[in-house]
Write a protein that binds this ligand. Structure first.
Ligand code: HEM
Length: 494
């Protein structure tokens, strides 16, 4: 009997050791991850990371563990990269290894690895190359991207004129106009501003971006295995994205029915033509799923990012009227009042360029970046990250790296000007990220930001409803994205 009890205890001990060993190996997958706070079972480091202030919690942890550390978001280990040097070493110097897309369960529930943003491996390479080519070709086609933006900007100015200087909330003014630029590329036409379906789509995109930034989405990313079966707010993003998918699928059907292979009208047509050309290849990535989801990626990313940046930018200008006055002055000198701004004007407008860069730096639209992962076992700064390790390049920590920006938290356009007032590049300016996954719409976004800011400020002065000193620029929500606070302003004709 005694021998039996001892044997049971021995067996129990062996079993426990085995379970711990398996768990440990699973966590480390044979690698040597950077140090970090000790995780506890199931919760990981949730006691050290506030899901409503993840970015700030990561910054705090980096004070203790340095610029590269491991943190367990629930049971899932992620490697966090902080500051310009370390992010550059990973995304640029070891670009191939760090080019994988990390796990984002809250979104991948809809995408399941399809569409350029969430794809990996050959699928991603094919979709990225194709999307870039189409964006470029549509820029060089009959009507350049620049002309499309100028046309949209003039519609926006008309809308602003109709307000006659009365207070407005700018969100949908800006998202309608910006979204029409990418819409004309992916759908071949713009939407009327009064179109109810369009406004509904924009509302969905806006609310999906907000939902992606709530603690619910982060909890889902950690515990998707359980949460996918539970009711609750975390399901909102899923349903909103499904509705957006349905809309794109309906547009694809319309295109298919009226396709003329000799005259592609838009991104969707070009993709369908490629699907036909590849129809005998069972491994082709030109299939319906990738068509719908890549189109959705472009439509979503092309709308929310630029319009949120413009919205944040106007708020910053309301708070700093002296900066706005200098931009007006430069516009009057270089462009005057009688013609539309052109993208090439920026070469003569260093102050405006600096202001737009500073706006993007402080808007910091995706502070934690979009997660990456390593495509193979990767040696990095003396550690070994096993293939498939998720990596968060904290873009916000680069944009506020005190080694590269004198006043990281202040709105200070001089960060991008030299002593003679000439525009000065800064290598830590990475709102579009860097390396192989760098934003696919960067060229379009830069052109939009310049042309919208200059067109609006050429014609209007911004007026705040409260004294500038009382304007609070703290984001309304800060998670995956930084969502600007809601505010009203008046646009007074100049
Ligand atoms: C101010 C505007 C914008 C900002 C700040 C921005 C920022 C970003 C960032 C940080 C990423 C993640 C890069 C990474 O994984 O490291 C990204 C990816 C992406 N962006 Fe943008 N973006 C902007 C505008 C646009 C526009 C206008 C489009 C569409 C035309 C677009 C399409 C995409 C796509 C498709 C990806 C995924 C690229 C990939 O995974 O290979 N973005 N963007």
């Amino acid at each position: 009997m005694e021998l039996g009890a001892a044997f049971t205890v021995f067996l129990g001990l062996c079993l426990s050791c085995l379970i711990i060993l398996i768990a440990w190996r699973q966590i480390n997958k044979g690698g040597k991850l950077p140090p970090g706070p000790t995780p506890i079972p199931f919760l990981g480091n949730l006691l050290q990371v506030r899901t409503d202030a993840t970015f700030q919690s990561f910054l705090k942890l980096s004070e203790k563990y340095g610029p590269v550390f491991t943190v367990y978001m629930g049971p899932r280990p992620i490697v966090v990269l902080c500051g310009h040097e370390v992010v550059k070493e990973a995304l640029v110097d070891q670009a191939e290894e760090f080019s994988g897309r990390g796990n984002l369960a809250s979104i991948d529930r809809n995408f399941q690895g399809y569409g350029v943003v969430m794809a990996n491996g050959d699928r991603w390479k094919v979709l990225r190359r194709f999307s870039l080519t189409i964006l470029r070709d549509f820029g060089m086609g009959k009507r350049s991207i620049e002309e499309r933006i100028q046309e949209e900007a003039s519609y926006l100015l008309e809308e602003f004129r109709k307000t006659k200087g009365a207070p407005i909330e700018p969100t949908f003014f800006l998202s309608r106009t910006v979204s029409n630029v990418i819409s004309s590329v992916v759908f071949g036409s713009r939407f009327d501003y009064e179109d109810k379906q369009f406004l509904n789509l924009l509302q969905m995109i806006n609310s999906a971006f907000i939902e992606m930034s709530t603690p619910w989405a982060q909890l889902y990313d950690m515990y998707s295995g359980i949460m996918q079966y539970l009711p609750g707010r975390h399901n909102r993003i899923y349903y909103v994205i499904e509705e957006l998918k349905d809309f794109i699928a309906s547009r694809v059907k319309i295109n298919e029915a009226s396709l003329d292979p000799q005259n592609p009208r838009d991104f969707i047509d070009c993709f369908i033509i490629k699907m036909h050309q590849d129809k005998d290849n069972p491994h082709s990535e030109f299939n319906l799923k990738n068509l719908v989801l890549t189109t959705l990626n472009l439509f979503f990313a092309g709308t929310e990012t630029v319009s949120s940046t413009l919205r944040y930018g106007f708020l910053l200008l309301l708070k700093h009227p002296e900066v706005e006055a200098k931009v007006h002055e430069e516009i009057d000198q270089v462009i005057g009042k009688n013609r539309q701004p052109r993208f090439e004007d920026r070469a003569q407008m260093p102050y405006t360029e600096a202001v737009i860069h500073e706006i993007q730096r402080l808007t910091d639209i995706v502070p934690m970046g979009v997660p990456h992962n390593v495509t193979r076992d990767t040696h990095f700064r003396g550690y070994l990250l096993p293939k498939g390790t998720d990596v968060f390049p904290l873009l916000g920590s680069v944009l506020k790296d005190p080694k590269y920006f004198q006043y990281p938290d202040a709105f200070y356009p001089q960060h991008f000007l030299d002593g003679q007032g000439r525009f000065k590049k800064n290598e830590a300016f990475v709102p579009f990220s860097s390396g192989k996954r760098i934003c696919l719409g960067e060229a379009m976004a830069r052109m939009e930001l310049f042309l919208y800011f200059t067109s609006i400020l050429q014609n209007f002065s911004l007026r705040s409803l409260v004294p500038p000193a009382d304007i609070d620029v703290t984001p309304m929500v800060s998670g995956f994205g930084n969502i600007p606070p809601t505010y009203q302003l008046c646009l007074v004709a100049r």
